[in-house]
Design a protein around this ligand. Sequence first.
Ligand SMILES: Nc1ncnc2c1ncn2[C@@H]1O[C@H](COP(=O)(O)OP(=O)(O)OP(=O)(O)O)[C@@H](O)[C@H]1O
Ligand SMILES: [Mg+2]
Length: 292
Amino acid sequence: MSAVVTGIDAGPGIDATAVAQGARSLADGRPLLELRRVEASYGPYRALFGVSFTVPEGSVVALVGSNGAGKSTVARVVSGLVRAKAGSVWLAGSEITRWPAWRIARAGIAHAPEGRSVLASLTVEENLELAARALLGRRRSKGALDRAFGAFGRLAERRHQLAGTLSGGEQRMLSLAKVLAVPARLLVVDELSLGLAPAVVDEVFGALRAVRDAGTSLLVVEQHVDRVLAMADRAVVLVRGRVAAEGSVAEVLPVVARLLPQRAPVAGAASSSAQHRSPQQPGGRPGRPDAE
Ligand SMILES: Nc1ncnc2c1ncn2[C@@H]1O[C@H](COP(=O)(O)OP(=O)(O)OP(=O)(O)O)[C@@H](O)[C@H]1O
Ligand SMILES: [Mg+2]
């Protein structure tokens, strides 16, 4: 049994000490998260075709691709909201493919989904308390509030305001704060900065960096490809439900530039190619065979 499973059996909430201590290395070199040939469907519609990739312990992995490529579906499969039809998902060497979402959350995978998920008739503080207590219990939820307010000063100023009266950007921030409040081994973030003002996007990325620096691994789906690649160690490019490329950011950059030309990073080596017109359309055939 791995330390993760022990943490679950130990009682309510994840094992915060194990989370903090286990941040850097899995003794046997296994990745923190591994997807092996995952297939997923919505009714008759197949969204993922044999998706395989890994998130090494302590790393930031960017998951990029055009609209409808399957990024959110991957995030949902990892956090147990969508069940894989075939293939498997592994957390620190334990298979979690058929675990319910609550058990995956307690094992240390936190998921910040697309959009806003706040309770409008509760205050900012009540929203955070509720989220933290569900996973940590009443006793340990105090530290969770401190962490959330430390990451987002703007929310601390509005702690007694009803969440429904926050601006759209502030509600998105609160959604993220609810997730950041609880220590996690892996944080899965889905398009958190969508539609946010640039200053708020800066704040969101600052918070993600702080989470990473505290030892949490990250799987980040983000429309600001240049920004997420700037903080990522590795990247996975999805095209129509298949992995078109996986590797270090440097390895994957040419594929990103070809498949997502309008979103390609403008920094470093990619700056000159930002002018290039790719002969292929976004969403066209992947430049490489699947990573199988
Ligand atoms: N609840 C659902 N029911 C039916 N089909 C769905 C559902 N959610 C997603 N899909 C389909 O599955 C495919 C993958 O969708 P997904 O939301 O994972 O893509 P995405 O890469 O996150 O796209 P976006 O960048 O637009 O958020 C799409 O073709 C989408 O239409
Ligand atoms: Mg999506």
